[in-house]
Design a protein around this ligand. Structure first.
Ligand SMILES: [Zn+2]
Ligand SMILES: [Zn+2]
Length: 217
């Protein structure tokens, strides 16, 4: 399994990166991206610290570990700059925390994220049809999340993505160890969003293609 959106205690996750990665390995993961919440105040610190451990964990736990970040609540006008800065600090996967029905994320965040060159727009529950078209054009993956609360937007995202042909990705947005993928959770989330196991396989393939593109495998 591939999960490209998780949090450690470098932001609001419960676990130190080594424990999260070890537990992911035990849960059957092949690849995990560590994408802590970042804005301009902390991204140099967070991304560089995460990068210190990715190679060692990959080597000894035999799981691909990707340093990334989730640009969170950055004003829409500054998202593009934040994404560039995150990449300059070494983030290989850049997620943007999208407009969701359960949080007051600034209006315009989804659109600014899609135009910013980020890789994944996380839980964009309020996304418009126009922005789904733009995501398709700009090759930004739209996230179906297993996270409680944010997952209320999944059905809307899935319906528009299917209609327009935009690409989806499923991530856990793990904050606590029990948030990691398991079969039951995936099944429930697919059902809620009117998606099938075939769609799940396609979403995993979309994640795989993104990683391949990033690392030039
Ligand atoms: Zn988020
Ligand atoms: Zn998150």
């Amino acid at each position: 399994m591939i999960d490209l959106h998780t949090h450690t205690f470098f932001s609001d996750g419960d676990l130190i990166p080594s424990e999260l990665v070890c537990r992911a390995k035990n849960a059957g993961y092949k690849t995990i991206a560590l994408t802590d919440h970042c804005d301009f105040s902390n991204m140099d610190f967070v991304i560089r610290r995460i990068k210190r451990i990715t190679d060692g964990l990959h080597r000894y736990y035999k799981i691909n570990v990707i340093a990334g970040c989730e640009i969170t609540y950055v004003p829409p006008g500054l998202i593009s700059k934040a994404v560039k800065q995150a990449r300059a600090f070494g983030a290989k996967i850049v997620v943007v925390h999208g407009e969701s029905p359960v949080e007051p994320v600034p209006k315009g965040t989804n659109n600014a994220a899609i135009l910013s060159g980020c890789d994944i727009l996380a839980h964009p529950g309020y996304i418009t049809e126009k922005d789904v078209q733009l995501a398709k054009k700009n090759n930004v993956l739209l996230e179906i999340t297993t996270r409680n609360g944010h997952r209320k937007g999944n059905l809307h995202i899935a319906e528009l993505a299917k209609k327009i042909g935009a690409k989806l990705v499923m991530n856990t947005d793990t904050h606590e160890p029990e948030d990691l993928f398991n079969k039951k959770k995936i099944k429930n989330v697919l059902k809620e969003a009117n998606l099938t196991e075939k769609d799940f396989n396609q979403m995993q393939l979309n994640s795989k293609k993104l990683i391949t593109k990033i690392f030039n495998f």
